[in-house]
Design a protein around this ligand. Structure first.
Ligand SMILES: [Zn+2]
Ligand SMILES: [Zn+2]
Length: 333
């Protein structure tokens, strides 16, 4: 599979001379499977450039793509109203999001009610099946519509935007997926819920023996000095052996001390997690809007020095460290 960064900036777009090298558009990642299928992760402003590129690549053909949302903060959704392929009749776009309102505890409550047995717990084997069914039930309670669809409709409401989502020409199909469910189509995509204000879905994209884990907007455990417990352990287990871990590197360790609870992480924690998980490459993304190219370059230098220290001064290490640049591409497998 191939991946390409179309948006690497966190929080708000930052165009201009000082961000030309690493990019000013907010989060959007493209994954093209070995079969040539199109997957998109997040719809920050980077998706508008991707849309223009897809219009050229699919000229005279129809596009059938899958879009996954890590979460619904503006910097991950605000490019969608300007994603041209969504307005072309004949194109098909499946939009997936996790369902933040459904937790395992919710499901256990539902099951206890259904079974009339207070003590029975869901066993691991039937959890996936139940998650799918129960998500449908819970999502529809009180007549609530699909969460991703509701958000897209809300975003494209007058007076904020003149074209409503129902007026887009492409066939849009919105799907909430539960934690543990795999969307399979040659490539398998699934997520684990991670730590971020309002929640975030950390997707793993797997094809044959290869995997990419997309951990944007992840905040590490600020109280735990070790990465072998809590949320960090959850991410390590999820990312274990991946070819690439894409990781939130918004803050320096010093700035993080002032921004605990804001939902982002540092290169130090990213490297600790990547080493523990045995991933081959870590790519830091979601660059802070105040980080100029010079600052990001300095962060990259500091990250490599930190890795060198962690390796006790040995130059050769199984982990490679990069900071994402808008337009950069990687081939896996
Ligand atoms: Zn963000
Ligand atoms: Zn966020």
């Amino acid at each position: 599979m191939k991946i390409k960064f179309w948006g690497t900036r966190g929080s708000i777009p930052k165009p201009g001379k000082s961000t030309i090298e690493y990019g000013g558009n907010t989060t959007c990642l493209e994954v093209i499977s070995g079969e040539g299928d199109e997957y998109i992760f997040d719809a920050g402003t980077g998706i508008t450039e991707l849309g223009a590129d897809l219009m050229k690549r699919y000229a005279g053909k129809t596009l059938d793509a899958k879009l996954f949302l890590s979460h619904k903060h503006w910097d991950h959704v605000q490019g969608f109203p300007f994603f041209t392929p969504a307005y072309i009749p004949g194109n098909k776009l499946d939009v997936y999001s996790g369902d933040a309102d459904v937790t395992k505890e919710d499901l256990e409550r539902v099951q206890r009610k259904q079974d009339g047995v207070e003590t029975r717990r869901i066993t691991k084997g039937d959890l996936t099946d139940r998650l799918t069914k129960e998500t449908a039930i819970i999502t529809n309670k009180n007549g609530e519509m699909n969460k991703a669809k509701a958000m897209f409709q809300y975003q494209q409401t007058k007076p904020y935007f003149p074209v409503e989502i129902k007026q887009t020409g492409a066939e849009l199909c919105f799907k909430d997926i539960a934690e543990g469910v795999k969307v399979s189509n040659g490539v398998e995509v699934s997520y684990r819920r991670m730590n971020h204000p309002d929640g975030v879905f950390c997707y793993k994209i797997a094809e044959k023996d290869h995997a990419v884990v997309f951990a944007t907007d992840y905040e590490h455990d600020s109280n735990a000095s070790l990465v072998t417990e809590g949320n960090d352990k959850k991410l390590i287990d999820w990312a274990r052996g991946a070819d690439i871990l894409i990781y939130d590197g918004q803050y320096t360790p010093e700035i993080y001390e002032k921004k605990k609870g804001w939902g982002h992480s540092t290169y130090e924690k990213g490297i600790d997690i990547a080493l523990e998980a045995g991933v081959k490459k870590i790519i830091f993304t979601h660059h802070d809007p105040t980080s100029t190219d010079e600052i990001v370059k300095d962060l990259e230098k500091r990250a490599k020095e930190y890795l060198y220290q962690r390796m006790d001064g040995r130059n050769h290490c199984c982990l490679s460290v990069e900071f994402a640049k808008e337009g950069s591409e990687y081939t896996i497998g």
